[in-house]
Design a protein around this ligand. Structure first.
Ligand SMILES: Nc1ncnc2c1ncn2[C@@H]1O[C@H](COP(=O)(O)OP(=O)(O)OP(=O)(O)O)[C@@H](O)[C@H]1O
Ligand SMILES: [Mg+2]
Length: 839
C-alpha cells in the first residue's frame, strides 16, 4: 500500500515538510478556546449553543429558514478561529457544489482570511477526490471515467439487447433505477446473487444484467455516480490503513441537508467518524504520519466530531434512496448526541410561514413544529387561476415586471415548477415579454450530443480503457466505420482479451477494407498523439508536477482539428449544425478558462469538474436574471419573491407518485420546500387546462392548495375567465362542476372523486371537502356549459379576437375546437372553458 498524503494538510506530510509547516503542525490544537464573540454575535441562544457545543455528536433539527446552514458556517469559522482545528481538519458536506462554494466564501468572510485545505464539498466531490488518490488500492486507474445517467443507459441498452432482456420487460431506465437502488443500499452483484430467487426468471435476468454492467464498468475503468460513494465505503472497509488517513485527518465532519442522505452516504459518514485503533496508529506512525498529540489514553485516535443538520419535513429524495430514518435514528446511532432545536425563522414573513405550517401539518409521522418569525405578517400570498398554461405564464411575467418596477432585482425572483416540461409556456411568454431569465438545470450544456462527442475524445485520451467513449467517437464525425466493423473490433477484443483500443491497433489483421483500416488506425494515432501531449517534461515528472504537459485547451484544439469535428459541422447542410459547431467552440473556450483558473491542473481534473457539475451549480447570482427551476433544485435557496406554478393534480402531486406509498406525503414536503424559499412574496398559480403529451386536458387544483387557510391567500382569476354569460350560472353550480370531468357523475362531482383519492393514497389527516375554498378558486371559473360548436362557426376569443372554427374533436368536457383566427392564426381551444363566445 502506498501512503499518499495530502499536500494541503500541514499535519499530513509524510516527507520533509517545510520548516514553517512543521512548526505549525506542532502547535497544540484542541485547546478548546471559546468561540470569539464576533462569531456568535447576532445568533439566537439556541444557534449560539450549537456553534459552541464541543461534544462528539451534534444534531440540529429545525424547520426551513431557521439558520441551520448559517450555524454550520459559524461553527466551522469558530473552530478555526479558536485554534481548535486546522482548516484541513474540516470536512463539510453540502448538497450542491454551489452551496459548497457559498459556504466556503462565508467561512472565509467570517475569518477574514482564506482557509485553504478545508474540504467543503458534496458527497460526490469528496469521494472523487479520495478515490483518485487511492484508486490503486482497489485496482482502479486514477484516471477513471465518471459515467453519467446517459452513459449508464447506453451501456444498459447494449446489455439488454444482447441478453434479449426486453422480452421480460426490462428497459435501460428500469434496470438503471434498480441498480442505483441496490448501490445506494451498498448491495453489490455478489450480495444480490446470494439473495436472488433462482426460480424467478426476472430476478435471474436482472442478476445477469447487473453482472454484465458491473463488469463493463470495471473493464472501462469507469464508475457511475452511485459507485463514487459505495466504492469509497468499500475502500475504507477493505483498507483500514487508507481509512485511517482520512479518519485521522478529518477531526470535524459537518453535514448539511442530512435528511436527504441515503444509506451509502450514511455508511460513509460512519466510516469517517470511526476512531483509529492503536495498532493502526502505530503503523501510521511508522510510515512517518504525524500522530503525536492526537491519541487518547488507549493509544487510539478518537473519532471525529460529527455535526449534522436537517429537517425531516424537507426530505424530498426518497426516490433516490434518501433515508429519513438516518435523521430520526441519529440519537440511537450516536449515543450521547446533543440535540439542538431551532425554532425562530429568519427568512420569511409570518403569512408565508403559516401557509407552510398548515400544509406540512397534514403529514403524519412527524414531530410537530411550528415556524414563526418576529418580523410580522407581511403581504398576503397571491393566488392565480389561469385558463391555460400561457395565461398562467403571462400572469407570472406581469407580476415579475411589477415587482421589478417596485425595485426587486430580477435575480431575487424565482419561478418553480414540478417538471422540466413546464418551462415551455413560461419561456415563450418570458421571451415575448423580454424578461431576462435563466433555466437552471433542464437540458444542460454537457448533455448535448456534440458536447458529449467532444468530451468523449478527451475521455478516450485520459482513459484508454474507456470503451464507451471510444465507441462513441469511432464514427463521429463520419469516417466510414460502420456498425459491422465496430462489432468485429469488439469481438476481436473479446476473443483476444484486449481492450477495444488495443483491438483497433490490430485493425490490419481484421480483414477489413484498406480505407476502413486506415480510418481506424488514424483515429487510434490521433488519440495516442493527444495522450503524448499530456506527458510532463522530465523535470515535471521528477517533481511530480504537470510542468511541460500541454494544457487541456491545447489538447482539445488538437483533437478538434485532427478529427475535423467542428469542420464537419460547419460544412454540414443541417442548419442546426452551425449551432452545434458553436457549442463545441464554447467548450473550447471553457477549457481555456479552466486552464487559466487552475494552473497546474490537468485533463483528469477538468473531466472531474465537468462530471460533478450539478444542476444548481449553474446558478449565477450576479447574472441579474430571473431563475426558473424545478422544486427539487430549489432546496436550500432563498429569494425575495417566489412563484410556485402548475399547482394542479397530476403535477403536484405528480401522477407518478400519487399511487406510491408515501408518494403524496413526499410531494407535500416538496410543496413545503417551495413555499419556504420565499422571503417576502409568495405566488401560487395554476392553469385550468394544460397541454401535456400533445393533449389538452382539464386540470384540477392541487389537493395541497386547500390545506392553506383562506385568509392567507388573495385569489385572482384570469380576466378572460369571468363567465361571459354574466353570472347567469350560480356559483354553487360552477363549484359542483369543479374543473370539469366530474360533472354529472354524482356523489359531489369532481371534488368527491378527489377526496376518495385522498383517502386511498395519502396520509392526509382531514380530507373533508372545503366547499367554500372550492368556490373561491373555481367559483368564477368560466364554464361554457355545452356550448355547441361546429366547423364553419364564427367565434370571438378574449385574447385572439375573431376566428372560424375548422374542426371539433374530442368528447364531452374534452371537446377541442380547432380555430383559424383572423389575426392570431391557428389555435386549439378547450371548448368547455376557453374564453370564447359564438357569434
Ligand atoms: N440569528 C440570525 N439573525 C439574522 N438572520 C439570520 C439568523 N439566522 C439565520 N438568519 C438568516 O435566515 C436565512 C435562513 O438561514 P439558513 O439558510 O441558514 O436557514 P436553513 O435552516 O439552512 O434553511 P433551509 O432549511 O431552507 O436550508 C438566511 O438568510 C440567514 O442569513
Ligand atoms: Mg440550509
Amino acid at each position: 500500500m502506498t501512503l499518499i498524503l495530502d499536500p494541503d494538510d500541514p499535519t499530513g506530510w509524510r516527507e520533509a515538510p517545510g520548516a514553517a509547516d512543521r512548526e505549525r503542525a506542532d502547535e497544540p490544537r484542541g485547546a478548546g478556546h471559546a468561540a470569539s464573540d464576533r462569531l456568535t454575535a447576532g445568533l439566537n441562544p439556541q444557534q449560539r449553543e450549537a456553534v459552541e457545543y464541543r461534544g462528539q455528536a451534534l444534531l440540529i433539527v429545525a424547520g426551513a429558514g431557521s439558520g441551520k446552514t448559517r450555524v454550520l458556517t459559524h461553527r466551522i469559522a469558530s473552530l478555526i478561529d479558536g485554534r481548535e482545528a486546522w482548516p484541513s481538519q474540516i470536512l463539510a458536506i453540502t448538497f450542491t457544489n454551489k452551496a459548497a462554494a457559498e459556504m466556503r466564501e462565508r467561512v472565509e468572510a467570517l475569518l477574514g482570511e482564506a482557509a485553504g485545505g478545508m474540504w467543503i464539498s458534496t458527497f460526490h466531490s469528496a469521494c472523487v477526490r479520495i478515490l483518485r488518490r487511492e484508486a490503486e488500492a482497489i485496482g482502479l486507474s486514477s484516471t477513471f471515467t465518471i459515467y453519467d445517467s446517459a452513459d449508464q443507459r447506453t451501456i444498459l441498452k447494449r446489455i439488454i439487447k444482447e441478453l434479449d432482456a426486453d422480452t421480460l420487460g426490462f428497459t435501460p431506465a428500469s434496470a438503471q433505477a434498480k441498480i442505483s437502488k441496490l448501490k445506494n443500499e451498498l448491495s453489490d452483484v455478489e450480495t444480490y446473487a446470494r439473495n436472488v430467487n433462482t426460480n424467478d426468471p426476472n430476478d435471474v435476468m436482472f442478476l445477469e444484467i447487473f453482472r454484465q454492467y458491473t463488469r463493463r464498468l470495471r473493464d472501462a475503468s469507469a464508475l457511475d455516480f452511485d459507485d463514487l460513494i459505495s466504492e469509497t465505503v468499500y475502500l475504507f472497509r477493505a483498507f483500514p490503513k487508507v481509512a485511517a488517513l482520512y479518519q485521522r485527518r478529518f477531526r470535524h465532519i459537518l453535514v448539511d441537508e442530512y435528511q436527504d442522505t441515503n444509506h451509502a452516504q450514511y455508511a460513509l459518514i460512519r466510516e469517517l467518524t470511526r476512531p483509529v485503533e492503536p495498532d493502526v496508529v502505530a503503523e501510521l506512525d511508522a510510515h512517518g504520519v504525524l500522530v503525536r498529540g492526537m491519541t487518547d489514553a488507549t493509544g487510539a485516535i478518537p473519532g471525529a466530531s460529527l455535526t449534522v443538520v436537517g429537517d425531516s419535513d424537507q426530505s424530498i429524495y426518497a426516490f433516490r434512496g434518501a433515508d429519513i430514518r438516518n435523521i430520526v435514528e441519529f440519537e440511537r446511532d450516536f449515543p450521547g448526541a446533543k440535540v439542538v432545536l431551532l425554532e425562530q425563522n429568519y427568512r420569511s414573513t409570518q403569512n408565508i410561514l403559516s401557509a407552510a405550517n398548515s400544509v406540512i401539518s397534514n403529514n403524519f409521522d412527524r414531530k410537530d413544529k411550528k415556524l414563526w418569525t418576529a418580523d410580522g405578517d407581511g403581504d398576503k400570498i397571491t393566488g392565480y387561476t389561469g385558463y391555460s398554461a400561457h395565461d398562467e405564464a403571462q400572469f407570472v411575467a406581469d407580476e415579475i415586471e411589477a415587482l421589478h418596477r417596485a425595485g426587486v432585482a430580477y435575480r431575487d425572483i424565482a419561478v418553480f415548477y414540478r417538471t422540466n416540461a413546464q418551462t415551455r409556456a413560461l419561456e415563450e411568454i418570458f421571451v415575448r415579454s423580454a424578461l431576462p431569465y435563466r433555466v437552471v438545470g433542464g437540458t444542460k450544456f454537457y448533455e448535448r450530443a456534440e458536447i458529449k462527442d467532444a468530451m468523449a475524445y478527451l475521455i478516450a485520451v485520459a482513459n484508454p480503457l474507456d470503451e464507451l467513449a471510444i465507441r462513441r467517437i469511432l464514427n463521429t464525425p463520419k469516417r466510414g466505420i460502420g456498425p459491422a466493423t465496430e462489432t468485429s473490433i469488439a469481438s476481436f477484443a473479446e476473443q483476444n482479451d484486449l481492450s477495444f483500443r488495443q483491438a483497433m491497433r490490430a485493425a490490419d489483421g481484421l480483414g477489413l477494407g484498406p480505407k476502413v483500416t486506415k480510418a481506424i488506425l488514424d483515429l487510434a494515432n490521433l488519440l495516442d498523439a493527444a495522450a503524448a501531449m499530456l506527458v510532463p517534461s522530465q523535470k515535471g515528472i521528477d517533481e511530480g508536477t504537470n510542468e511541460g504537459a500541454s494544457k487541456v485547451s491545447e489538447v482539445l484544439a488538437f483533437l478538434i482539428e485532427g478529427s475535423k469535428l467542428v469542420e464537419t459541422l460547419r460544412t454540414s447542410r443541417d442548419p442546426q449544425d452551425e449551432t452545434r459547431a458553436e457549442n463545441v467552440e464554447e467548450l473550447l473556450a471553457q477549457t481555456k478558462d479552466f486552464d487559466r483558473e487552475n494552473p497546474g491542473a490537468g485533463l483528469v481534473d477538468f473531466l472531474t469538474q465537468v462530471s460533478l457539475v450539478a444542476a444548481a451549480d449553474e446558478l449565477d447570482d450576479a447574472s441579474g436574471t430571473v431563475s426558473l427551476m424545478t422544486l427539487h433544485t430549489a432546496k436550500g435557496l432563498e429569494y425575495h419573491a417566489v412563484f410556485l406554478t402548475g399547482l394542479e393534480e397530476g403535477l403536484l402531486p405528480h401522477q407518478m407518485s400519487a399511487s406510491e406509498p408515501g408518494g403524496p406525503a413526499e410531494e407535500r414536503r416538496l410543496f413545503y420546500v417551495g413555499i419556504t424559499r420565499a422571503r417576502k412574496r409568495l405566488y401560487l398559480s395554476l392553469a385550468m387546462s394544460r397541454a401535456q403529451f400533445g393533449e389538452v386536458s382539464v386540470a384540477m387544483p392541487s389537493r395541497y392548495l386547500q390545506e392553506i387557510p383562506d385568509e392567507l391567500v388573495d385569489w385572482k382569476q384570469s380576466p378572460g375567465m369571468a363567465n361571459s354569460r354574466g353570472g347567469s350560472q350560480p356559483r354553487a353550480l360552477n363549484a359542483r362542476r369543479g374543473f370539469g370531468g366530474g360533472a354529472g357523475s354524482g356523489g359531489g362531482g369532481a371534488w368527491g372523486t378527489r377526496d376518495r383519492d385522498l383517502e386511498r393514497f395519502s396520509v392526509t389527516k382531514s380530507a373533508a371537502p372545503k366547499t367554500e375554498w372550492a368556490n373561491r378558486v373555481t367559483g368564477t371559473v368560466r364554464d361554457n356549459g355545452d356550448l355547441t360548436l361546429e366547423a364553419g362557426d364564427r367565434i370571438r376569443h378574449t385574447d385572439f379576437g375573431e376566428g372560424t372554427v375548422r374542426q371539433v374533436t374530442g368528447e364531452g368536457t374534452k371537446r377541442i375546437a380547432h380555430v383559424a383566427f383572423d389575426a392570431a392564426g391557428q389555435k386549439k381551444l378547450l371548448i368547455k372553458i376557453a374564453p370564447i363566445e359564438k357569434l
